[in-house]
Design a protein around this ligand. Structure first.
Ligand code: ZN
Length: 325
């Protein structure tokens, strides 16, 4: 249809032209900041020079100075006018907010509200909404950041030798390449927990859709290896929970899993430190955090040789109830 098309073309050209003016205006404003002192300096020099020229009358010298001032004022006014004018840009089709920080001075009605993705509630989760203790007083060992080909088998070997079952928080993208280890975890009676697709520490700050997609993608990777096995728990990497994420995790039927004892074994503080931190802080009902992935876990493995028998002698060690999700 030619008429609307011609109108559209005209509007586009006008908009383009206005944008060009605006850009030139901004450039001039920026240049103006440097231009004014520079020209004043030139004027002073010109004045000094003209005083030494007997051929110029005092009237001619005044004229030179006045012309210089008028030129400076003209450039400054033009720059200000062009950049101020049309600072209220035509709203784009998407309605996205303008990146320009300059405030609008025109009385134009504001564009329709921008379509912003729903922001998750980033406040701290309510107390007690992330579990840190078991309900039956047993001690639950949890291992994060696997499956990993070097260290996870060693942790599994030690747990098997000691007759202890634990909970493994798996990173989704590592599952496929270590499928046999995930099958072994399930076969040996351990509980599985979702630890996000790529250990995203900022996951709790993303949108509802992104958080849900990440958790479901991880579940799908695990279920591709062990179909139908419940993944009843989700643990936010780094424990960086937000209230919105906790709400969403619960809506997905999962339990937000925290911890009561954290020996910081991922920082490799030394075997003795890991042992004393775990044994010193664990009590009835403690959920204990350790790592079978995320780096060299030789210290954790060495520490487990002392931790497992010591805890076993004092507490009932059980995996978290597998649940139904
Ligand atoms: Zn982790």
């Amino acid at each position: 249809m030619p008429v609307p098309r011609a109108r559209e073309l005209a509007v586009r050209s006008a908009t383009g032209l206005l944008r060009l003016f605006k850009a030139v205006g901004r450039l001039l404003m920026r240049a103006g900041a440097a231009f004014v002192p520079w020209s004043l300096d030139r004027l002073r020099r010109l004045h000094a020079w003209s005083r030494g020229q007997s051929v110029l009358s005092s009237r001619a010298r005044r004229s030179v100075a006045s012309a210089g001032f008028v030129a400076i004022l003209g450039v400054a006014a033009l720059g200000s006018c062009l950049s101020g004018n049309n600072s209220d840009t035509t709203p784009s089709a998407s309605g996205s907010p303008s990146a320009s920080p300059s405030p609008s001075v025109s009385a134009k009605p504001s564009p329709s509200p921008a379509v912003v993705p729903k922001k998750v509630d980033e406040s701290k989760p309510p107390k007690g909404s992330v579990i840190t203790r078991t309900t039956d007083g047993s001690v639950a060992l949890t291992f994060d950041d696997g499956p990993q080909p070097t260290w996870t088998p060693r942790v599994l070997d030690q747990l098997k030798a000691a007759g202890i079952k634990a909970t493994f928080c798996l990173i989704g993208r590592q599952v496929k390449a270590n499928a046999a280890l995930v099958r072994r975890m399930v076969a040996e009676g351990h509980t599985l927990c979702n630890h996000s697709w790529s250990h995203d520490l900022r996951l709790g700050h993303r949108t509802d859709v992104q958080i849900k997609a990440d958790i479901e993608r991880t579940d799908a990777a695990i279920h591709a290896v062990v179909p139908g096995v419940p993944i009843h728990y989700f643990r936010q990497p780094g424990g960086e929970w937000t209230a919105g994420e906790v709400k969403l995790v619960k809506e997905l039927g999962k339990v937000p899993l925290g911890w009561a004892v954290d020996p910081w074994d991922w920082k490799n503080p030394g075997v003795a430190q890991i042992v004393s931190r775990v044994l010193g802080h664990t009590g009835h009902g403690s959920i204990v955090l350790m790592h079978d992935g995320g780096g060299d876990r030789s210290q954790t493995n060495a520490a487990l040789r002392q931790i497992l028998p010591a805890l076993k002698a004092k507490y009932a060690l059980r995996p978290l109830p597998p649940g139904t999700v």
